[in-house]
Design a protein around this ligand. Sequence first.
Ligand SMILES: [Zn+2]
Length: 332
Amino acid sequence: MTSYTELGLVNTKELFKKAVSGGYAIPAYNFNNMEQLQAIIQACVETKSPVVLQVSSGARKYANQNILKNMARGAVEYARELGYDIPIALHLDHGNSFELCKDCIESGFSSVMIDGSHLPYDENVELTRRVCEFAHSQKDYVTVEGELGVLAGVEDDVSSEHTHYTEPGEVIDFVSKTKVDSLAISIGTSHGRTKFKPEQCTRDANGVLIPPPLRFDILEEIEKKIPGFPIVLHGASSVPMEYVRMIEQFGGHLKDSVGIPEEQLRKAAKSAVCKINIDSDGRLAMTALIRKVLAEDPEEFDPRKILGPSRDELKKLYMHKNLNVLGSAGQA
Ligand SMILES: [Zn+2]
């Protein structure tokens, strides 16, 4: 049994309060390996941004939970060594059962998501309420994110073919019955790198897909129902075409890639949206640079020389997100 305070981590309570009143969003970046974690910490220290380190159940299977826990501890010490003690939360992304959430809480997570969004409403309420009751009764308060509405797309163990927008009429009841600390909503973001089908989009002069806009009307209605309550956006990668093109230039095939334009995320971050999840953009940046290195230097076989440039690109990408999209730079 490890409490997150022993690892030097914080829960998301204060982070979200400041983000909502300050008109910015905290970055939530997923990690599975050392290079990703180094890039996240370097980027957030250099931009003085708080950060939520996200671990999916897929990441736990890939990297092992003990290793991930100690990587999070290492991340805290690494940030201090780099010279700036940024607040770092360790968060379970898309927890799908009470047991998984409990397990993570007992192994040092400061925050968990319980995703009952695919369940009938009453069952989502009951599952989320149970996780909150357990998380909030720990010696060190663990924060919980719930979800109402379903995002389309595929991400690790989560997938859904269709979007179900969050029903604003349900949010007051859900938040008061469950006692969640934050709420993930569905307003048109989507998991993965093909966020919309081509027939849902228009195309610009170069044939690049232009996605339909996010449903800011639903976000506004939700904000009216629960003013100042922390809102979370999942599936908020922008799928930069420069990376898609680089991947295709060096042998990859990523047909019909389309993401959420950064201006729309910037607008959302200025509202009650206080945490924005970005995973696919990081995957694209790393894959692009790995392909480039391998294609340009066929004799290279040192993993450090192959992964190093992708780590540097990932850092650059995350600095850009903190500075220009989320507005979290300078807030730590
Ligand atoms: Zn998600």
